[in-house]
Design a protein. Structure first.
Length: 167
């Protein structure tokens, strides 16, 4: 209908896409800075007693799980990520609340950020490393953070979100 106000879905799609683009930009910028500026030459930078900046190339999925080097790691995981992004985009188009749109946008942006690395470089650049003594969490990056926060937002919405609220 001409002149009719757009419903909540287009507004939330714009929010989700804006966050996806922000996540991609921050992820790619941080990876460029770490790889090209900070880690030339590669080294370990101890920031605190429990946090280091390192350079690790991940050929697996999130947090280095299921290491899949070679052609499948590069192209198969990239294709899988792109398929997931398409599915999430269709879910985003139906979002009627802010929190799911935020979560979906962050997951989409994080997935695309890592897919860009796989396609361009054959692996994902990870550089944030937390540890407690000799116990290390796998190195990760800004895209992984966006995915984790996005999934968390989706879980919070699924558990506590009001099905009637459209704000």
């Amino acid at each position: 209908m001409p002149g009719a106000a757009a419903g909540p879905a287009p507004r939330f799609v714009r929010l989700g896409l804006a966050l996806a683009f922000l996540a991609i930009a921050l992820d790619q910028l941080s990876k460029w800075w770490i790889v090209a500026q900070v880690m030339t030459p590669p080294r370990v930078i101890e920031v605190t007693s429990f946090f280091k900046i390192v350079l690790a190339w991940n050929t697996g999925v999130s947090f280095s799980m299921l290491d899949m080097g070679g052609a499948f790691g590069r192209w198969g995981l990239s294709a899988l990520a792109l398929i997931i992004v398409v599915v999430l985009f269709f879910w985003l188009r139906k979002a009627e609340r802010r929190l799911p749109a935020i979560g979906l946008g962050l997951v989409i942006g994080g997935a695309l950020g890592n897919a860009i690395d796989r396609i361009r470089l054959g692996a994902v650049a990870d550089f944030l490393l937390f540890h407690w003594g000799d116990a290390f969490w796998p190195a990760f990056n800004v895209a992984d953070c966006a995915i984790t926060v996005g999934v968390g937002a989706l879980l919070v919405d699924a558990l506590f979100g009001s099905r009637e609220s459209h704000t």
